[in-house]
Ligand binder design. Sequence first.
Ligand code: URA
Length: 215
Amino acid sequence: MQHDSRFPRLHIVDHPLIQHKLSIMRDKNTCTKDFRALLREIALLMGYEVTRNLPLTTHSIETPLCRFDAPVLADKKPVIVPILRAGLGMADGFLELMPSARVGHIGMYRDENKRPVEYLVKLPDLEGRTFFLVDPMLATGYSAAHGVDVLKKQGVQGKDIIFMSLLCAPEGMETFQKLHPDVEVYTASLDDHLNEKAYIVPGLGDAGDRLYGTL
Ligand code: URA
């Protein structure tokens, strides 16, 4: 895991398999089918790191040999919350790792000023759960921050929210950490910068379009 001194809550998951798969995703010649499969695989691999601190308790079971206090996840089922639409591609992989997780949805699009406009919020009951908010691109940071706002407004605390992205831009991370300094962020890469059209550079283009073939 790598860290950047500018962003104390940012964790860069630098596992070689993730980095290799990400490089294929960045290539403009990678087709939709491969892009989708790779996003799913990376989300699953990142999920392993992102869930590392989920609290455990014990549950008494009987093995074929004896009674045993076996470690099990302590809290209620975690919630995966994709930010639509590109977040869906990450949620799929993450769900393979945690098949009993609940799934919430937050729908947003970017208006002409690249600001998020919310059109859908559907969440399970919130009490006692950890929330994994997923969106492949943390670009300006406004959609990510708005997703966290939605959860916090409903009473979820920052310590119970983890944001997972594939790529993030330093400008977006700066904005996000100012607005939500209490939320951990995991990413596969902290890229170089945002361009004038709010695309991450070097990036991979429009994640939603590449995921769904709507280029
Ligand atoms: N959203 C994308 O899909 N790509 C970017 O580079 C930035 C935001």
